[in-house]
Design a protein around this ligand. Sequence first.
Ligand SMILES: CC(C)(COP(=O)(O)OP(=O)(O)OC[C@H]1O[C@@H](n2cnc3c(N)ncnc32)[C@H](O)[C@@H]1OP(=O)(O)O)[C@@H](O)C(=O)NCCC(=O)NCCS
Length: 167
Amino acid sequence: MASEGALSRRAIRAAASAERGAGLNIRPAALADVPLVIALDEEVTGLAKPEYWRQTFDRFGGRGRGERFFLVAERQGRFEGFIVGEIRAWEFGSPPCGWIFAIQVRPKNRLRGVGTELYTALCECFRRAGVTSVRTMLARDNPTILSFFRSQGMMAGPFIELETTLL
Ligand SMILES: CC(C)(COP(=O)(O)OP(=O)(O)OC[C@H]1O[C@@H](n2cnc3c(N)ncnc32)[C@H](O)[C@@H]1OP(=O)(O)O)[C@@H](O)C(=O)NCCC(=O)NCCS
């Protein structure tokens, strides 16, 4: 259970972030956002994946609404970043849970609360859909994303990931 100190620190951070996030609009992604998502992802990862993002929009931006969410952040009409997640049930025996599997913010506008606003909006979608826990997975060599999710109060969960190489 989180301590009172941790809770108030989180409340202070949330208030500061809300202030920094002022003027930011978080809305469901539209088809016109897809090229912007593709370009941002290429800028961040160095790899262009246009087909992947078109398919992701198809699955999460349209028909999938309700349990699948693809949100974008914009300020004064300018695209600032996006987040993608969905509710999954009973995989690995887990009750319904919100999963976050992509978040990216324009490098020029980081550390201004955009990521926090995207995360908060997605969690609100999960909450409204009735789930009470949120999960994600991250690369061990990405301290920024670890620091970001820790700042949102996320901690190690009850599952561990295993993998092997197929020869
Ligand atoms: C992670 C990311 C989404 C954060 O977006 P952001 O808009 O900068 O986040 P916020 O401004 O809301 O930051 C919230 C908190 O996260 C933590 N944080 C964010 N960036 C950080 C950094 N570079 N170093 C350390 N902590 C960081 C801080 O605790 C910060 O709170 P603070 O500013 O009060 O210290 C953004 O850095 C990003 O797009 N990274 C690259 C994409 C990526 O690796 N995605 C994961 C794979 S999909």
